[in-house]
Design a protein around this ligand. Structure first.
Ligand code: E4P
Length: 227
């Protein structure tokens, strides 16, 4: 399963883009509002950090059909190729998704909470649908199960639409959607760290270093091979 970073924090984007195999960055109005300041400069800097080949997902803020179309085109003109426009799963959003997808724009239909919303978004030509896993789990609904339903529907229809699961609060949720056939997940910084870190990994590494040092002192294989 591909992993995207779900933040607009520049320090986090620099760190994860350097160390983790991320495929891009997703934002939404809330994520951008947390950083504040000059939002266009922020988006331009995110694009500069990740480069033009990685995905940058930016959500529309307009709500009327004509304005969404205008705003979506302006976002892509500003941020260049591999920019995906996030449009919420509403009637107006589906209409805009169809129009923009027909014109070749990559649309991520977002705020997806049911498999039927995902099915309609796919039929409208969306490149991605973004089901909100934790927001469902938090209300005792089945977020992972919803992703599984979408994966099954998409596999049956043979659609090109991909699942971009979003809204994760735990590493286990990320694992669970991977197991049920999710294509891509967008993960915030805190959960991203939890996908990698494990205390036994740390103690294992410490043990290797201690044993090596006891036997060979402060040399390394590189130092020995460079002699
Ligand atoms: C993607 O960018 C989604 O908007 C995001 O994952 C939602 O996450 P939240 O439910 O933690 O706000």
């Amino acid at each position: 399963m591909r992993i995207i970073l779900d933040t607009a924090n520049l320090a986090d984007i620099r760190y994860f883009n350097t160390h983790f195999p991320i495929e891009g960055v997703t934002t939404n109005p809330t994520i951008l509002s947390k950083e504040g300041g000059d939002v266009l400069a922020l988006l331009r800097e995110i694009r500069a950090i990740i480069g033009e080949e990685k995905e940058l997902h930016v959500q529309v803020t307009e709500t009327e059909y004509e304005k969404i179309i205008e705003e979506a085109k302006a976002i892509v003109a500003f941020l260049g190729k591999n920019t995906f426009v996030k449009i919420p799963a509403t009637d107006v959003g589906l209409r805009a998704t169809k129009t923009l997808s027909d014109e070749g724009y990559g649309i991520t239909v977002t705020a997806v909470l049911t498999a039927t919303q995902a099915m309609l978004a796919s039929n409208a030509g969306a490149a991605y649908v973004a089901p909100y896993v934790s927001r469902l789990e938090n209300i005792c609904a089945d977020g992972v199960g919803t992703v599984a339903e979408i994966a099954e529907i998409f596999a049956t229809s043979g659609t090109d639409t991909q699942i971009l699961a979003a809204s994760f609060k735990t590493a286990k949720e990320v694992l669970d959607v991977a197991v049920v056939g999710c294509h891509t997940a967008t993960v915030g910084s805190e959960v991203m760290h939890k996908l990698l870190s494990h205390p036994t990994t740390d103690t294992s590494i410490a043990g290797f270093a201690a044993d090596w040092n006891k036997a060979f002192g402060d040399t390394t294989l590189l130092k020995l091979l460079s002699k």
